[in-house]
Design a protein around this ligand. Sequence first.
Ligand code: TXA
Ligand code: MG
Length: 364
Amino acid sequence: MTLIQPPADEVLDRAAALLAAGKLIAIPTETVYGLAANAWDRDAVAKIFAAKQRPATNPLIVHIAAIDQMDRAVMMPLAPELQRQLDCVVDLWPGPLTVVLPRSNRISDVVTAGRDTVAVRIPSHPVALRLLRRCPFPIAAPSANRSNYVSPTMAEHCDGAMDQPGIHQFIEMVIDGGDCDFGVESTIVALRPEGPRLLRPGGVAAETLAERFGITVPQLTGEQLPGLHLTGTPLTDAVAESAAEAGVTADGTAAMLAPGMMKEHYSPTTPLMLYDTARPMSLPARAGRIAFKPLSVQEAACYAAVETLSDSGDLHEVAKGLFAALRRLDHAELDLIVIDCCEPVGIGMAIMDRIHRAAATHSK
Ligand code: TXA
Ligand code: MG
């Protein structure tokens, strides 16, 4: 029997009961599909790490249904300065924004990987909200992919049939909420006494957050965020390397970056290369291309497979289709995938961040 179920009321009732019983299910959100467990149940949360083969040092995002549920995850009341920062962005919820705040002791330390902070968000996907409202506990949910593989943006990506052999042994159900609207994960921002810090670019533009906080994008991103250094050209290895180090070491620098933001992430198995107009490359016999807008007939003819993400180069369409295209071409028995680039502005910062990470594995 298929694990994939339609988002009917009785299915959501069953899903809430499965979570209450300590089981894992895959759920749709507006960003990517999540692998969900009761965030108050440490054994259930431990299963997420096993299913994804995720390092125990990489904390999870906790989902709640409404702002009055903050105390299910966060130490409330907040210090006045943190409350002030939260007030600047709270109207972006429900939506693809995650904030990092001091944790409540109700949250399992397996979720926070032993940190004294917790990442929390209110998703806007109607199915996610209908499920959350049925649960008397918050839901911990990382993206529902094997650690380091491409995040899932369709129910079919989650059941293990295609991409992640073995993961289905851990999952009781996949709730089908259709294709995810954003296609890249939430933006993560740490709210801190010394000021907010962007930890991961995502569905909410860094420019939007900077404006809300009354600061500049460089102030928000600091020096650590690889996306900041992109100007349409590939990220230098030195920057990627230092970001990778910052992501894995536990010193002060590490706190600046989400611990999961290591260099190798989102990686297809097939080598991935950024398309560089300045440096024409010689293609292997079976190359695929992910184009942000339609290619000329001559150019398309150079490739064994072409995925076109938008008719007009619209970056929201590009983000929405990006991960599914990477997965499809990863299954097309290609020797190389070549992918377009964009300016790291607005949602473009999240797109280029994910592409650089996906390409990093193969540029070492
Ligand atoms: O859009 C999303 O955020 C999706 C959907 C399912 O909600 N979730 C998601 O989760 O992307 P995941 O596990 O793939 O990414 C969580 C990120 C990791 O980079 C992790 O290190 C960071 O959040 N994170 C979690 N707790 C943190 C904390 N206390 N401090 C800093 N970073 C944290
Ligand atoms: Mg992930």
